[in-house]
Design a protein around this ligand. Structure first.
Ligand code: PMP
Length: 356
């Protein structure tokens, strides 16, 4: 760090993303990307004509994409904002709704960016412990007197709350913002979008990075009451009005015309996930009932760090955190059936050579 860095930031621990190696071919099961490419309709939408238009700034309000998203979800256009990935929209939400008197809370084990944003903006936050079995203690959030952010399904556990549980949290916190981060909702959980009309304190966030195979395009959207969206726009127009680039907006529009393709791929991923769960259980692995495009799993005979390293040396990248409560667990993205066959073969091989 330089001697010029603000005092305020000296203790900031930045978010550490999963590796994106360029030096070697890995089976990449570490950042929950889709193993499938975007559909042909998205690929052909990024044509020479659109590339020529790169000399022009993109639409700041993303109105064509927002019109299409509004029709897709049956909401009004003033209920939607688009962002450069959910990471950016999360940053806007922390900035817009939290301060020294309006604190924020979230589970102790969840998406690692939440505490980073709280630290970056110097916002007081509380981490509410998950239960022993990694489920969220729903009643811990009743009338909690703080803004709330919950990933549903949660990451890295993959465990989903039911809609009725989310509604019970919303009902008991009418004067605080409840943000449901649905990055992984398309792999089997229920979306809270239908509750938007009933609760003016609810924000639901979706990303194109997982189920829509577009992590590299950086596109996400939040759906909420018009007043909350207006506040988020106030952040966007104070930070980067052109936050979603032209080609990404074009791809995002085309993706909505190809929903059947995505539904089919989501079904395949769910099928592959359930098959991998049962085959890993046969090898003695213990895991949560993940409703996401990843597994959260451990083996009683091998530490998480050893398993991570052994997989890496066999060319398979997964995610491991050296963190209390979860250091023996791995988060493994669900890839293609062939990739999961290779993962399971590697696991059998590692276990056959391991004596704890
Ligand atoms: N929320 C959760 C729970 C995530 O796991 C991720 C992906 N790492 C994000 C948000 C960020 O996604 P995006 O690519 O849209 O920024």
């Amino acid at each position: 760090m330089s001697r010029f860095l603000s005092q305020r930031l000296l203790s900031l621990d930045a978010y550490v993303p999963g590796e994106q190696p360029t030096d070697m071919e890995f089976i990449k099961l570490n950042t929950n990307e889709s193993p499938y490419p975007p559909p042909p309709g998205v690929v052909s939408a990024i044509n020479a004509e659109e590339i020529e238009k790169l000399r022009l700034y993109p639409s700041p309000d993303g109105n064509i994409l927002i019109d299409k998203l509004a029709k897709f979800y049956g909401v009004n256009t003033d209920n939607i904002i688009i962002g450069n990935g959910s990471d950016e929209l999360l940053a806007f939400a922390f900035l817009a709704f939290c301060d020294k008197t309006r604190h924020i809370c979230f589970p102790d084990i969840t998406y690692g960016f939440y505490p980073v944003y709280a630290e970056l903006y110097d916002l007081p936050y509380e981490q509410i412990p998950l239960k022993e079995d990694f489920t969220i203690g729903v009643s811990d959030y009743f009338g909690v007197g703080k803004n709330i952010i919950i990933a549903n399904p949660n990451a890295p556990t993959g465990i989903a709350l039911k809609l009725i549980e989310i509604e019970s949290i919303l009902k008991t916190n009418p004067d605080h913002v409840v943000l449901i981060d649905e990055a992984y909702v398309d792999f089997g959980a229920d979306s809270a979008i239908p509750l938007i009309k009933k609760y003016d304190n609810l924000i639901v966030m979706h990303t194109y990075s997982k189920a829509r195979s577009m992590a590299g395009a950086r596109l996400a959207y939040a759906i909420a009451s018009a007043a909350l969206i207006e506040d988020l726009n106030r952040m966007k127009y104070s930070f980067n009005p052109y936050n979603v680039n032209r080609l990404t907006q074009v791809a995002g529009i085309a993706a909505l015309d190809n929903d059947d393709y995505y539904k089919e791929k989501q079904r395949e991923i769910i099928e592959t996930r359930e098959d991998a769960k049962s085959r890993l259980r046969d090898l003695g692995f213990i895991m949560t009932d993940s409703m996401a495009n990843f597994l959260f799993t451990m083996h009683p005979d091998v530490s998480g760090a050893d398993l991570y390293a052994a997989l890496r040396s066999r060319g398979i990248l997964v995610r491991h955190w050296n963190k209390a409560r979860i250091s023996d667990y791995l988060r493994i993205t669900v890839g293609t059936k062939e990739q999961m066959d290779l993962l399971i073969a590697a696991m059998s091989d590692i276990l056959s050579q391991t004596h704890k």
